[in-house]
Design a protein around this ligand. Structure first.
Ligand code: NAD
Ligand code: DAU
Length: 337
């Protein structure tokens, strides 16, 4: 099987490529990535001599490059996107360009190349926000109600993917997954930001009252979910993917990290809230469990321990990122160094 992975130099994409080549060593992967601030070839350095892996630098918005990259491909696994909600508030335009127009360019090429499957990686954020203290969860029937430029752009891309299935007969699947965490996550997202700030002796910025709730999933479990959807999923279907049995607030997540690093709560700093901050996400993942036999292998306790260990052992990976352009972003977002 030949796979085209887009955005494979990012967090989940690079974990997926490692996962796939370990579990399906006979397959080959083409990784198409434009290497934005979030793309990092260091994540894939171990594969540089692997004959089953090839990297192409290019944007999914460029029809010529996409048409070349997709030649002879069986399955497309589409991760490439702008992904950080706070950046989508600072500058929405690139989110529309990559997430909406880029997806449309890729879909056109996939129809033309007659790929056997187009798997679109989406997010639970397309469903909007749930109330705190409610037992409701997002599932495959939840109406779309995106509330940030990021989630609106992902919602638009999901609609396009379904439209291409209906109109052009493209064999698609979609997964709407919750918040991932684990190795190689760019330290702008809550968990790697908290771990690396604490390792640098800095405080952890907590938005608002810190009582916001996310569903957290260890990245390897997400990779396994994509694998089962590709192998056993029904064409045309959507699968919600999540990792938590109960609600855990951002403050509780940060306290677990403080505990893991033997730090106290004086390292927490309450900062200005995110505009339009979604209160609560929770995911009902019973469809993928019942139909495809997937459930998370890592609970939060084990996943966060593995993640903290990874950031402790890989300081050069994140210190390098934090010393560059990241400093300007941090100053703009948090109003301090
Ligand atoms: P990331 O920001 O770490 O990586 C994104 C990758 O896409 C980078 O390598 C970047 O260079 C590449 N990219 C960006 N624009 C591109 C373009 N125009 N052409 C080619 N490549 C481009 O993202 P991530 O956290 O790994 O997320 C991957 C996918 O999973 C996204 O589609 C995201 O919406 C989705 N998702 C993420 C999470 C999460 O918690 N991180 C949860 C659910 C779904
Ligand atoms: O739900 C899936 C989504 O999860 C993905 O689609 C997105 O790509 C991914 O970025 C993530 O979005 P969130 O906005 O939920 O993740 P983030 O890590 O930015 O924030 C998690 C929570 O922590 C959220 O409630 C905001 C809060 N937060 C975040 C940062 C960066 C803070 O309190 N302080 C911070 O400094």
């Amino acid at each position: 099987m030949k796979l085209l992975v887009t955005g494979g130099a990012g967090f989940i994409g690079s974990n997926f490529i490692h996962y796939w080549l370990k579990n399906h060593p006979e397959d080959s992967i083409i990784n198409l990535d434009s290497l934005t601030y979030a793309g990092n070839l260091e994540n894939l350095a171990a594969l540089k001599d692997n004959p089953h892996y090839r990297f192409i630098k290019g944007s999914i918005t460029d029809p010529k490059i996409v048409e070349q990259a997709i030649q002879g491909v069986d399955w497309v696994v589409h991760f490439a996107a702008e992904t950080h909600v706070d950046r989508s508030i600072l500058g929405p335009a690139v989110f529309i360009e990559t997430n909406v127009l880029g997806t449309q360019v890729l879909l056109d090429a996939a129809v033309k190349a007659q790929v056997k499957r187009f798997h679109h990686i989406s997010t639970d954020e397309v469903f909007g926000a749930l109330k705190l203290g409610d037992n409701k969860k997002f599932d495959e029937q939840t109406p779309y109600n995106p509330r940030s430029p990021y989630s609106a752009s992902k919602a638009a891309s999901d609609h396009l993917v379904r439209a291409y299935a209906e109109t052009f007969g493209l064999p698609i699947t979609i997964s709407n997954c919750s918040n991932n965490y684990g190795p190689y996550q760019f330290p702008e997202k809550l968990i790697p930001l908290a771990i690396t700030n604490l390792l640098e002796g800095k405080k952890v910025p907590v938005y608002g009252d810190g009582l916001y709730v996310r569903d957290w999933l260890y990245v390897q479990d997400h990779c396994r979910a994509i694998d089962v959807i590709l192998q056993k999923g029904t064409v045309g279907e959507t699968y919600c993917v999540g990792g938590m049995a109960k609600d855990v607030s951002n403050l509780e997540i940060i306290k677990a990290i403080l505990n893991g690093l033997k730090k106290d709560e004086s390292a927490i700093e309450y900062v200005k809230d995110r505009p339009g901050h979604d209160r609560r996400y929770a995911v009902d993942f019973s469809k993928i469990t019942q139909e495809l036999g997937w459930k998370p292998a890592f609970d939060f306790e084990h996943g966060i321990k593995a993640t903290i260990d990874w950031y402790m052992k890989n300081k050069s990976w994140w210190a390098h990122i934090k010393s560059g352009e990241y400093k300007n972003y941090y100053a703009k977002q948090y109003g301090r160094k």
